[in-house]
Each structure stands twice: as C-alpha cells, then as structure tokens.
Design a protein. Structure first.
Length: 298
C-alpha cells in the first residue's frame, strides 16, 4: 500500500491556488539569472552560479507575497533541496513556515529527438533521490519530456516512459507530476494533444487505485480537452505550464480550461530583478501572483 502524506494530499486536492515552478537547473540557470539582472560575468563557476540562483529563489520564497494561501506548491531542483532557507532545509521551510507543498524535479535532461519527441534520459539513482526527498517532507516530483510532432509512436513512448518512472516514485511515497510538454511551436500541436490525451487515458486506466499521479500539460488548443483526465480517479490534479506564452495570455488560456491550475515558471519571475528594493520586489511578485491565482480558480 502506497503511503502518501495525507495532510499534504488533502491540501493539493482541495485548496485553490497554483504551483510555482522554481526548478531551473544547470542548463537553464544562466538564462534565469540574466532575466533577473545578473550577467554571467558575475560568477566564475557553477557553485557561485547556484549560490546566486538560490539567493534569488530564497528571496521569492521568503517574500510575504509568496505564501500557502495562493501558492499551494513549489517545484525545486536537487541543489535547492540540499540548501537552506533561513536556517532550515528549503523543503521544510516551504512546508512548515509557508504552508507550500514542496516538489522535486527528478529528471536529468532529455534525449535527442526521435519519432518527433524527446524522451527523458535515464534517471540515475532515482530510488535514493525519492527516499531523500521523502525524508525532507517533499510531497511530489516532476519530470519532463517534450513532444514536437503528432507522431503516434513517439507520443506513445513518452507516455509509457513517464508512467513507468512514475510507478517507482509512487512506490517511494511521493506523488509524481508527469510532464509530457507539447511544444507551443509545433505546427501539429492540436493533433499531438489529441494523441497525447488518448495515450494518457489508456495508461491511467491501467493503474491501481492507490497509484496517484498529477499531470503537467501544455494549455491545449481545444479548451477542456483534458476534462476526463481531471476527473480520473488516479489523478490528484492537472496543472498547466505557461509554455512560452506571455503572462496574461497564459492566464487567459488557463481560465478557459476548467479545473486546471497553473504551474508557471518564467512568467512568475519576469518582473523580478536583483537590484529592486525589497518593497518593489514584493509588490511586483504580488502583482504577478494575483492573475495566476485568479486564472487557476476559474
């Protein structure tokens, strides 16, 4: 029998709000720092780079604008999990001080494109990572694949791989977020989403009753395409990535899909800068959180 944290599971199932994706890792960190106003010349190695991005994330998480009333979850990557915020392990600070559910990005990057998709690279040491996260009050995990074309063979492989890895995570007591992202730049986006929907449903129907997952999906061309996935007995929540859409466009598309909440990354931090006065920083974060929260309630 799978043992999830029942208090955390209830919060995820019932509370209005959204998930903040703060999980930029090695390859995407320089871009995130640059958008925040820190150029690559400000650091000379990975350790200094990760120190700076942790300071950025800590500033976001400790802001009074960021709390468990509207932000119900936050996705971290392992480097953040291993660090502290205000003298506490990051995940414990999130859960105990902020009332925000911690998630952990577990994928280790993407394979090259084959059959119109990019599968995940093998996740080395997954069971140990899940056990470590479980010991730090982490509620769930997140792992990303990318779908570029409406290729049946490729999409079937993406979903099968995601479900297979999810079962290992569930066995460790965490709720996996399955993220088969359909690129918003795909000329076959609508058709790819129809195939993805079918494959997800087929795989979900084969899970045991206690094998619970979440889904993180690109906002679909056909509004409410994923309604039956939202209602599925094995799905705790369906969340949406912004996928490159600007904030207000992403919120508008989100609001058109009943029952889906946001799990936005870049648009959450677009108006935050390293040299902002704290009051300005907090005000900018609050101004961004509000429309995402309202669109997630729709």
């Amino acid at each position: 029998m799978t043992t999830f944290n029942t208090q955390q599971l209830e919060k995820m199932r019932t509370q209005e709000g959204f998930i903040a994706a703060l999980d930029q890792s090695g390859g995407s960190t320089p871009k995130a720092l640059k958008a925040y106003g820190i150029e690559e010349s400000a650091y000379s190695n990975d350790e200094q780079m990760f120190d700076l991005v942790h300071a950025m994330r800590s500033r976001i998480i400790t802001s009074p604008a960021f709390n468990g009333d509207k932000v119900i979850g936050a996705i971290l990557f392992e480097n953040t999990l291993d660090r502290e915020i205000k003298g506490k392990p990051s995940s414990l600070y999130l859960w105990e001080d902020k009332g925000v559910l911690p998630f952990l990005k577990v994928d280790q990057g993407l394979e090259d494109k084959v059959n119109g998709v990019q599968l995940m690279k093998p996740i080395i040491g997954l069971e140990a990572l899940v056990a470590k996260a479980k010991g730090k009050d982490v509620f769930g995990t997140k792992m990303r694949s990318v779908i570029w074309d409406a290729n049946e063979v490729g999409i079937k492989a993406v979903v099968a791989q995601q479900i297979e890895v999810a079962k290992t995570i569930i066995a460790g007591g965490l709720v996996p977020i399955i993220e088969p992202e359909v690129s918003i730049d795909s000329p076959e986006k609508a058709q790819a989403e129809i195939i993805l929907h079918r494959e997800l449903l087929a795989q979900l129907d084969q899970l045991n009753d206690d094998q619970l997952v979440m889904l993180k999906l690109t906002l679909p061309e056909q509004a409410n395409l994923y309604s039956d996935l939202i209602a599925h007995k094995n799905v705790v929540k369906v969340v949406a990535l912004s996928g490159g859409f600007p904030l207000m466009q992403a919120c508008e598309k989100l609001a058109a899909n009943n029952g889906i909440i946001a799990s936005f990354s870049r648009v959450l931090t677009d108006d935050l800068f390293a040299d902002q006065a704290q009051a300005d920083f907090d005000a900018a974060l609050e101004k961004t959180i509000e429309p995402i929260y309202q669109a997630s309630r729709s």
